[in-house]
Structures are given as structure tokens and as C-alpha cells.
Design a protein around this ligand. Structure first.
Ligand SMILES: C[S@@+](CC[C@H](N)C(=O)[O-])C[C@H]1O[C@@H](n2cnc3c(N)ncnc32)[C@H](O)[C@@H]1O
Ligand SMILES: Nc1nc2[nH]cc(C(=O)O)c2c(=O)[nH]1
Ligand code: SF4
Ligand SMILES: [Mg+2]
Length: 247
């Protein structure tokens, strides 16, 4: 049993939902509860969770203690430990060490989704660290030193993987070069959903035939290039539930 460091800092919570399945990346299909924090240091052009990013939604983010977050995770999971996925927004902006240690003491495992712009010492506690640096189409800048800090912060038991979103040919070429620097890391390529739900238009539906064409284009590129250590996956939850929130 690890020592729980009790912090008086609260966590900004946009939503806690599940159990569902992880729809993306190295853990695709794994049952999980999502803890989505509010606030992000980025604003990607195609972000599918702007309600957890833009400051105008701040009033919707509840300040919660680690104990209260774990109580909700336990309620949703019926007390049966499973994988907890921390996402956002950027969950790396939040004080999450107490949440992780509390959960792990109860048998839960923890994964995070973050863009690699901010490292935290508590990354070392995580079971899974998914880093998703942004391609040119996101219109964000990349900070190599901060990304290196994130890799460095992973612990000896943390499974690190890369997840790169690809919207077009320029993103694909960027991903080829980027991934070449990290040959040892499991890599998932994910087609960009060019029409994610917008906060003011939650009913907007993504054209799944278009998404499938993007997926096929990406598979064709990877196989033509014999890029055999890349895995290509759709956002499974989008195929199942389209742009619904909380799934
Ligand atoms: C919403 S973000 C939250 C976590 C963190 N801020 C990040 O970007 O990694 C979770 C994942 O969704 C991906 N994502 C966001 N919008 C997307 C879109 N329109 N199409 C495909 N993937 C998207 C991000 O690149 C990231 O890998
Ligand atoms: N099922 C499901 N899988 C996901 N993988 C990453 C998600 C995210 O928004 O971070 C997400 C999400 O919102 N739902
Ligand atoms: S970093 Fe993640 S949450 Fe933040 S704007 Fe980009 S995709 Fe959205
Ligand atoms: Mg999402």
C-alpha cells in the first residue's frame, strides 16, 4: 500500500463517465471510466472536446477533491477496480497525485491522455502515459524540451505510447519524421475527425463514410511506405456513438 499524499488542492472536473471502452490508442477496447479535467494550455483547430478547453466553459468545471472523484469512479464501476483514464482538456495541468495513489490503493489502474506540453512528477505513478503531440494541422507549436520532460517523468512501470492524429498529407509526413525519433515507443496513428461536435452544436453528426475514407487513405499510406511499426486505428467510440458526449 502506497502512502497517500493528501493535498488541499481541488481538481477542475469537466465530467466523469463510464464505464465505457477506451476508444483510442494502445488500450483501445479496454473497459474504463473517464475522468475529464477542465482547462487546456492548447486550443487545437480540430479539438473534439472544446467544452473542457475553452475558458468560457469554466463555470461548468466543478472543483472536486481526490476523494470525491474516487467516490464517483467507485460508484460508476460498482466498486470493481478497473482502468481509470484521465483526459481533458490537459489533465497534466491538475494536481492528480492523490487521486492516483488513492485509486491504486483500491486496485484501480491509471492511464492519462496528454499532449506532452507539461510534465508532472506524478507521471511516474501512472500505469499508462499516452502522449499525443500535435501535427501541423492543429496549429499549435511543439516544444521539444517539454516533450522530453514528459518522457523523462514516466516511471519504471509506466507504459508510454504515442498517439498521432493525422488530418492530411503534411501531418502524415510530420508523423513519419516525428516517430523516427522514438523507435522504441508503441505508436498509433488516428485519422482526424474533421467535424467533431461543437459546444454550440452538440447535435452535429460526423459523416462516418468520410471518416472511413480517411482511415482507408491512412492505411494505404502506411502499407505503401511499409511503415510496419505504426498501428492505424479509428476513434472506436466515434464509430459506435458518433459525436455523443460522455461515452
Ligand atoms: C481531447 S484530447 C484530451 C487530452 C489531451 N489534451 C491531448 O490532446 O492528448 C484526447 C485525444 O483526442 C484527440 N483528438 C482531439 N480532437 C480530435 C479530432 N477531431 N479527431 C481525432 N482525434 C482528436 C487528441 O489528439 C488526443 O489524442
Ligand atoms: N470511449 C472514449 N474513448 C476515448 N479515448 C480518448 C477520449 C478522450 O476524449 O480523451 C475518449 C472518449 O471521450 N471516449
Ligand atoms: S490539447 Fe487536447 S484537449 Fe487541448 S485543445 Fe488540443 S486536442 Fe483539445
Ligand atoms: Mg475525445
Amino acid at each position: 500500500m502506497s502512502q497517500i499524499i493528501i493535498s488541499d488542492q481541488s481538481i477542475a472536473i469537466s465530467e466523469i463517465f463510464g464505464p465505457t471502452i477506451q476508444g483510442e490508442g494502445a488500450l483501445v477496447g479496454v473497459p474504463t471510466v473517464f475522468v475529464r479535467t477542465g482547462g487546456c494550455d492548447f486550443r487545437c483547430s480540430w479539438c473534439d472536446t472544446l467544452y473542457a478547453v475553452e475558458p468560457r466553459f469554466k463555470a461548468d468545471w466543478a472543483p472536486m477533491s481526490a476523494a470525491a472523484v474516487m467516490a464517483e469512479v467507485q460508484r460508476l464501476s460498482g466498486g470493481q477496480p478497473l482502468l481509470v483514464t484521465l483526459s481533458g482538456g490537459n489533465p497534466a495541468l491538475q494536481p492528480l497525485s492523490e487521486l492516483i495513489t488513492r485509486g491504486q490503493d483500491q486496485g484501480y489502474t491509471f492511464a492519462i491522455e496528454t499532449q506532452g506540453s507539461k510534465a508532472q512528477p506524478w507521471f511516474a505513478l501512472l500505469d499508462h502515459l499516452t502522449l499525443s503531440p500535435k501535427p501541423p494541422s492543429a496549429k499549435m507549436s511543439f516544444n521539444a524540451a517539454r516533450f522530453a520532460d514528459c518522457l523523462e517523468a514516466a516511471g519504471p512501470h509506466t507504459q508510454v505510447s504515442l498517439k498521432l492524429v493525422i488530418a492530411d498529407e503534411a501531418d502524415y509526413q510530420w508523423a513519419r519524421e516525428f516517430a523516427a525519433d522514438y523507435p522504441g515507443l508503441p505508436l498509433t496513428l488516428q485519422p482526424c475527425n474533421p467535424a467533431p461536435a461543437m459546444p454550440e452544436q452538440p447535435e452535429l453528426e460526423t459523416d462516418l463514410a468520410d471518416l472511413n475514407a480517411r482511415l482507408r487513405w491512412l492505411v494505404d499510406k502506411v502499407t505503401a511506405d511499409r511503415w510496419f511499426n505504426a498501428r492505424v486505428l479509428p476513434q472506436l467510440h466515434v464509430l459506435i456513438w458518433n459525436n455523443e458526449r460522455g461515452v
